[in-house]
Write a protein that binds this ligand. Structure first.
Ligand code: ADP
Ligand code: MG
Length: 397
């Protein structure tokens, strides 16, 4: 990685301003899932142990520039304090006099959290004056919020124009190392398992990775755009008609470059997602016009699992079916276990995408994979070869 990290700077006695991703689900004013808090602990603990002063900032939800009481970060400060086993001071606004007071009272080895950045519209607008006000809190800026690094906001990009020392936190470093490693020097065969519903972004990933990958396993809703491109009947399955041409181009490229490009050979179909609607297995090509494919079928799952078993590097993005429904979760489960098995045999596996991460967790394999990316959109944009403004703005080595 060509970016400086926390390990490259002295933190003692310094005000270390950290952009974290504390965009956690809340339930009745309590943190319902603290995965994102836990993920940032190494960075925060490093500041505490180095006797720096940690000033943490994050967004939460979409308050759209208004101070919405249900989107306050206050409960997050409380939960973080439990996890760190030390007090976490809270500033009721991320800029202004009260925040200045909280920051000023911090002693070496102490931590505070600023209120939701997106209570100010200026954050997402990357307003320079707002960025300057935030920058006033820190001697050193650390970006540990990979999940928002693909957005040029005041706290991820603008702020770096006002602080000289801007480095990556440990979570950011892990993300860049794992995702960057996939792109730079993957062990072969390198297999991508792609599925889910957002077809457009994923087609860009395929195009960008075409040279680097050996095997493409395509399931989920996105498979049907390819199946339609092959001229086969897909019934009422999910499709992005305007992308059928792109899909056809990708199929041609894959053939020309001698890539293994596998689509499902069967699927689990139903009339709709109502619990009363009966699910049935059908070969691709035999989907009834009034039915939709909601999962890859058992033959496809077996073929995919076999390929995954031979892989040395695996990138997984997108579930194989509508895994939220019990009848359509089988394909995703088989693939998840195959990836875990390959990892146990020495393959490097990286999972990205919000729903894929939930699916991995549901299948009980999340601790059996090499790396679970915390950045949904950001990891996808990284794999598309796009420059992430929040990363680009950090100091080079
Ligand atoms: P991720 O969040 O991992 O990037 P996406 O958001 O692209 O993945 O896709 C996840 C969604 O795709 C899930 O909600 C799932 O129900 C849906 N999905 C998967 N397969 C199908 C399918 N065959 N038809 C319709 N929706 C599907
Ligand atoms: Mg999603």
């Amino acid at each position: 990685m060509n970016k400086k990290t926390m390990d490259d700077v002295a933190l003692a006695g310094k005000r270390v301003l950290v952009r974290v991703d504390f965009n956690v689900p809340l339930d009745h004013g309590r943190v319902a899932d603290d995965t994102r808090l836990t993920a940032s602990l190494p960075t925060i603990r490093k500041i505490i142990e180095s006797k720096g002063r940690g000033i943490l900032m994050s967004h939460l939800g979409r308050p759209k520039g208004e101070a919405k009481p249900d989107l306050t970060l206050k409960p997050v400060a409380a939960r973080l304090s439990e996890l760190l086993d030390q007090p976490v001071a809270f500033a009721t606004d991320c800029i202004g006099d009260q925040a200045a007071g909280v920051v000023r009272s911090l002693k070496d080895g102490e931590v505070c959290l600023l209120e939701n950045l997106r209570f100010h519209r200026a954050e997402e607008k990357n307003d320079p004056e707002f960025a300057r006000q935030l920058a006033a809190w820190g001697d050193i800026y650390v970006n540990d919020a990979f999940g928002t690094a693909h957005r040029a906001h005041a706290s991820t990009e603008g702020i770096t124009k006002f602080i000289t020392t801007c480095v990556a936190g440990y979570l950011m470093k892990a993300e860049l190392n794992y995702l960057g490693g996939l792109l730079s020097d993957p062990k072969r065969p390198f297999v991508a398992v792609l599925g889910g519903a957002k077809v457009s972004g994923k087609l860009e990933v395929i195009t960008h990775l075409m040279d680097k990958l050996d095997v493409f396993l395509i399931g989920g809703g996105m498979a049907f755009t390819f199946i339609k491109a092959q001229g086969k009947e897909i019934g009422k399955s999910l499709v992005e008609d305007e992308l059928v041409g792109t899909a056809r181009q990708i199929l041609d490229d894959a053939k020309r470059l001698n890539k293994k490009f596998m689509l499902p050979v069967d699927c689990v179909m139903a009339k709709d997602l109502e619990p009363a609607s009966k699910a049935a297995i059908a070969d691709i090509g035999a989907i009834a016009p009034d039915m939709a494919g909601y999962d890859i079928g058992p033959k496809s799952a077996r073929q995919f699992a076999e390929r995954i078993g031979q892989a040395k590097t695996i990138f997984w993005n997108g579930p194989m079916g509508v895994f939220e429904h019990a009848s359509f979760g089988g394909g995703t489960r088989v693939v998840a276990h195959a990836i875990a098995g390959a990892t146990q045999s020495g393959a490097v596996s990286v999972v990205g995408g919000g729903d894929s991460v939930s699916a991995a967790r549901e299948a009980g394999v999340s601790d059996k994979l090499s790396h679970i990316s915390t950045g949904g959109g950001a990891s996808l944009e990284f794999m598309e070869g796009k420059i992430l403004p929040g990363v680009a703005a950090l100091n080079d080595r």
